[in-house]
Design a binder for this molecule. Structure first.
Ligand SMILES: [Zn+2]
Length: 343
């Protein structure tokens, strides 16, 4: 919120010399990405509570090779063996599911000739739970994938995804049974810091929700007014507003003019941090205005071959009631067509 609430907090007025947070929990990796500029966030230095630490991941494909490998091993925790400790140690772990969790159809094969339907078994949620995810972004172009049933199937695959995530205690964001449900923020409070998360997709118009149809929350020039209104409304009730944006062009490592334009408007409307996905490669993490934009974190659990699609980032951001406190980008590399390891 623009006006500081609660007890007074003394703010640092000099830039921070490094991106290293004040304290590093045991389970967190210590490697810092060298591809990002050192941040200079304003930091609360005499706040009584430890900042809330949130980890954001890149795209997670629940289908194809990750599904085939998990089914063969009868173990859906396989992708998360190297990263679960760190994700669980965060106050919040936020993932981006580039697919659907449903048994309306078996997943596509793990084969050289790749299908582009990313449906995964509902049991995939066992891995998401093991990894400690609190929130999963569903505003993606694969949110309605139904395998052999096609790419929408009357919202049945998406309904299954919503149901299994909620049953596991994981909050879905960015999709719902109606447009207004898809636009609803998830609001969570940790140590007195209220964090609102919104998710929108500019990719896959066919997945967008309507007043009377299930789907994802849209991002487009036409939808931008609603997105900005949702950010402003969330800002009235939350200290921190996070926008998860599925946008940009696949395999392009620089943000488009459109991404930059939308990011500027979202930050101006009150977004604290924007976390992008969809390009399958890493795009820059940059301070913008009072906030931070990670244009794309690349892949996290995915079965693509090119080297750049096997490198990703996990964004760590810490927050107080006055906003962003610190951030750093933690590099991962995907091995065995599905498993992220710290680099
Ligand atoms: Zn995508």
């Amino acid at each position: 919120m623009a006006v500081q609430a609660g007890p007074p907090v003394v703010l640092a007025i000099t830039p921070e010399p490094s991106s290293t947070p004040r304290s590093t929990p045991d389970a967190a990796p210590t490697r810092v990405a060298t591809s990002t500029a050192a941040p200079t966030p304003t930091r609360a230095i005499e706040s009584e509570v430890e900042p809330v630490r949130v980890l954001f991941t890149g795209d997670i494909n629940p289908g194809r090779c990750p599904a085939a490998l998990a089914l063969a091993a009868d173990d859906f925790t396989l992708p998360y063996r190297d990263v679960a400790d760190a994700l669980r140690a965060a106050d919040l772990a936020v993932g981006s599911l580039d697919g659907a969790l449903s048994d309306v159809s078996p997943p596509a094969a793990c084969a050289p000739e790749r299908e582009y339907n990313l449906i995964g078994p509902t049991r995939t949620v066992e891995g998401l739970t093991f990894a400690g995810f609190d929130v999963i972004n569903l505003a993606t172009n694969h949110a309605q994938d139904c395998g052999r049933q096609g790419f929408v199937c009357d919202g049945r695959a998406l309904a299954d995804t919503l149901r299994v995530l909620r049953a596991a205690g994981i909050a879905p964001v960015g999709a719902g049974a109606t447009l207004s449900a898809a636009r609803q923020p998830v609001v969570l409070e940790r140590r007195g810091v209220r964090i609102a998360l919104l998710a929108v997709t500019a990719v896959g118009e066919f997945t967008w929700a309507a007043a009377d149809a299930a789907g994802t929350a849209p991002l487009s020039d036409a939808a931008l007014r609603d997105v900005l209104a949702d950010i402003e409304a969330a800002r009235h009730t939350a200290d921190v507003v996070i926008v998860l944006a599925h946008w940009g062009s696949e395999y392009v490592d620089t943000p488009s003019a459109e991404q930059r334009r939308w990011a500027e408007r979202m930050i101006a409307a009150g977004a604290t941090v924007i976390v992008g996905n969809h390009p399958h490669v890493v795009q820059p993490v940059e301070p913008l205005g009072d906030g931070l934009v990670a244009y794309a974190l690349g892949n996290f659990v995915f079965d693509q071959d090119p080297a750049a699609t096997r490198q990703g980032l996990v964004l760590e951001a810490t927050f107080t009631t006055t906003g962003l406190s610190s951030w750093r980008a933690l590099p991962i590399e995907i091995v065995d067509l599905q498993r992220p390891e710290w680099r």
